[in-house]
Design a protein around this ligand. Sequence first.
Ligand SMILES: [Zn+2]
Length: 211
Amino acid sequence: MIHEILPVGMLQCNCSIFGDEQTHEAIVVDPGDEIGAVQEILARHNLRVKAIVITHAHIDHIGGAAKLKRATGAPVYMNENDAELRDHLDVQAAWLGVPEPERTEIDMPAQEGDQLRLGTATFHVIHTPGHTQGSLSLWIPAENKLVAGDTLFRDSIGRTDLPGGDSRQIVQSIREKLFKLPEDAIVIPGHGEVTTIAHEKRFNPFVGGGL
Ligand SMILES: [Zn+2]
């Protein structure tokens, strides 16, 4: 499977572009900004977007979704618990001092247990609230990869001091859901370097690592 990770925007959100070589279909996760660059990657691999998945409705992850949807016609998957955050993109834009991006509709409400197909691979939706109430992660067994949004970072976790954040809940999501995945699973966080489940169990100080 094609997988390109493109850090986009001022906050360098990791946008993931997954493509199937046979069907030429793609799933784009968190197109926060720089949609032109995302489209260049899609064109380079001759990919057609079948789904846009938003891990949570923070502006750096969702900011370019409406633009990419308009360019590709692909539906937007997101958890509806983040609808209110999505409705306040103007407030989020003001925090960052950037122009307010176009608001996107949620075409397909994504929930725990939902599955998306890309070629022969299955993308499993895991609801991992805590950073926001609608935060979700994508588990792709065929690739042994987890796209974790801002729930889990290398040696850190997402902040919980913003609206919808809950520090106990994020730790619970990580321990009870993400840490059940294989030790050698590769974690693509919403920002920064990739990591593995084993590394985070061992070293992440926010979820009992280093004990
Ligand atoms: Zn976030």
